[in-house]
Ligand binder design. Structure first.
Ligand code: FAD
Length: 580
């Protein structure tokens, strides 16, 4: 066995969407970052091994203007551009590429962490211990890795690192269970299905509380464990029971009553169950069900959610006499405070994903993957700041929360109730002119507090035609480090990969039609162009220009032309930063 030691600023364990977005943000914020994932690919429950679609605050596109932005939006738009046919393998590759080619980030796949070494702290802000190093084995290379790091992020879903470190975790006997999904396809001619001898048998009567009208995309309610069977300890037994159940349900659909399935073939059945619930780590605050239902706002907001409180029946599929779940909708999105994202007793441990600090009721909403990804990005930024300022995660919350929030906003993250401060933005005092705009959607909206529609406030400039321009005449010469243009990718619609044809029908097949296709940004000084950047076939919402060296300019001109459909494109903001 090879033995290799590695040292990082931030070590993220678990490569689901939370861990991935966390590691990318940490690396982009300047921290030397490791992403350690025990499976061969990234994405967690959204990888091709499990195939869950990624849901969030927009609740399947039914809540307007609520989709998460930031790194997840970048991933979604890449997926829409390169994967219009919704192939899961291409999605896997996009996730891998985001980590594998990210500067400052080292990816360790197939590496399972099994050991955590901690050190006792004598007196440190109420903390008991800190993590010195974690150890794991990379199966493919027969290598034992030891990772030391200033900050560790537990993004394992199961809070494995926290548990091994002696962090305060909570786990009730009753949790939601694990599920195996499947995919079936119409072959255009009758296809038989021979039931394996080990599959269960289900009658129509037994299945009456489980909607199985859509037959092609698997059922989240084939869910086992969480009562008598522990979702971690009994995971192998649960998988076997799930296989017997999935094949039994498919036999019912094919060979039971008529379900219109004569031509359908079982194309794929998962072998790795998706896990919903196990341990959660206690932070300085526990998000509550009431916070979610009342649309809470916090001074230390760093993420948000909006999925309903979606509580599944314990031991779901073995409890067929009860409905599989019950949900409570909330009117507005709710904010998640920073205090939910770090351990209250292990000094350098943060968490991202479904294992954050919530009550069971709040977890029933916050567990969905877009909410996990948004929180992950916030944790990555905070972890990098903890390294930069030599502070604990808790101290970042106490002393640097404004900077953390503004840094996240700078990454196109939406924080409900937290406005862009514009303190160092020379565009805020510029004279702004433009080509014709639609009334009430003029240039003054380009320098607002939010770069999305919030409630009644549209917050966008809308061009009267596909071609146009916007000019910012600055008060004086300014050194500009970064310019950002926030376009419209329609935050009211889902963009996720999905097994479900029904969901996919609500999405654009490719790049959102609202997006502007071509942009040219000119920095001018005394009427002369001193820097120019063109974007042809743009497909992103968040267009960012960071010249190699700051540019001195007294005018910024943005010209745009073409869209992917809309005749009157919107722009949600233009921002400039003097500093890095
Ligand atoms: C069947 C099912 C349906 C669901 N439906 C939806 C839905 O429709 N939409 C939605 O958004 N969410 C849905 N959820 C919930 C959601 O999938 C999870 O809550 C979410 O995946 C949690 O994200 P995460 O990043 O915390 O964990 P995960 O996605 O589980 O990622 C954690 C990763 O860490 C890795 N890991 C674990 N331990 C270690 C270790 N010791 N060392 C290294 N790596 C490790 C795991 O292999 C995994 O890849 C569903 C869940 C299930 C099971």
């Amino acid at each position: 066995m090879n033995k290799i030691r590695k040292e990082f600023d931030v070590a993220v364990i678990g490569g689901g969407l939370a861990g991935l977005c966390c590691a990318i943000q940490s690396a982009r914020a300047g921290a030397k970052t490791a992403l350690i994932q025990n499976r061969p690919m990234l994405g967690g429950n959204a990888s091709s091994e499990i195939r869950m679609h990624i849901c969030g605050a927009d609740h399947h596109g039914t809540r307007p203007n609520a989709r998460e932005t930031g790194i997840l939006e970048e991933i979604f738009l890449e997926h829409k551009r390169r994967n219009p046919e919704n192939a899961w393998s291409i999605f896997d590759a996009i996730l891998w590429e985001k980590a594998a080619f990210q500067e400052n980030l080292t990816l360790f796949l197939n590496t399972h962490i099994t050991e955590v070494q901690t050190e006792q702290l004598i007196q440190s802000d109420g903390y008991e211990r800190c993590i010195k190093q974690v150890r794991g084995i990379q199966l493919t290379s027969e290598t034992e890795y030891t990772f030391s790091s200033a900050v560790f992020v537990d993004a394992t879903g199961d809070a494995t690192i926290a548990d091994l470190a002696g962090a305060e975790v909570m786990k009730s006997r009753e949790t939601m269970g694990n599920t195996l999904m499947f995919k079936a396809r119409d072959m255009g001619h009758p296809v038989p299905f021979i039931k394996p001898f080990w599959a269960y048998t289900f009658s129509e009567e037994a299945m009456k509380g489980r909607d199985h009208k859509e037959i092609s995309s698997g059922y989240w309610w084939i869910e086992l464990g969480g009562g008598e069977m522990d979702t971690i300890r009994d995971a192998e037994k649960i998988r076997d029971e799930l296989l017997k159940s999935v094949y039994g349900v498919w036999d019912h659909i094919k060979n039971g009553a008529d379900h219109g399935a004569q031509n359908y073939e079982l194309e794929w059945v998962g072998f790795l169950p998706g896990k919903r619930e196990s341990r959660r780590i206690l932070g300085d605050y526990q998000l509550t069900e009431e916070d979610c239902l009342l649309g809470a706002r916090f001074p230390d907001t760093v993420a948000y959610g909006g999925w309903p409180i979606d509580v599944h029946t314990i031991e779901g599929f073995s409890n067929l006499q009860l409905p599989p779940n019950h949900t409570r909708l909330m009117e507005d999105v709710y904010a998640i405070p920073y205090r939910c994202y770090y351990s209250r007793n292990i000094e350098n441990l943060m968490m991202a994903g479904r294992d954050i600090s919530t009550t069971p009721g709040a977890f029933a909403s916050s567990r969905v993957m877009a909410t996990c990804a948004a929180g992950g990005q916030a944790v990555g930024q905070a972890a990098a700041m903890a390294v930069k300022y030599s502070m604990s995660p808790r101290q970042i919350g106490q002393k640097k929360i404004h900077e953390l929030q503004q840094r996240l906003i700078r990454e196109d993250v939406y924080l409900p109730g937290i406005a862009y401060d514009g303190l160092h933005d020379p565009l805020m005092r510029a004279r702004i002119t433009s080509s014709p705009a639609l009334s009430s959607a003029g240039v003054e909206n380009l320098i607002g507090s939010y770069t999305r529609t919030v409630g009644e406030e549209g917050n966008f400039f809308q061009s009267a035609g596909k071609e146009g321009w916007i000019r910012f005449s600055l008060e004086k010469e300014e050194k500009i480090h970064e310019l950002q243009i926030l376009l419209d990718s329609n935050l009211s619609r889902q963009l996720t990969i999905s097994l479900s044809e029904k969901q996919l029908r609500t999405e654009p097949a490719g790049i959102p039609p609202e997006l502007i296709r071509n942009l040219c940004c000119k920095f001018l000084l005394g009427g002369e162009i001193v820097h120019k950047r063109e974007f042809k076939e743009n497909y992103l919402r968040f267009v960012r220009i960071i010249p190699e060296m700051s540019v001195t300019a007294d005018e910024i001109l943005i010209e745009f032309s073409g869209t992917y459909g809309t005749p009157t494109p919107k722009i949600f903001g233009v921002r400039a930063y003097r500093n890095a």
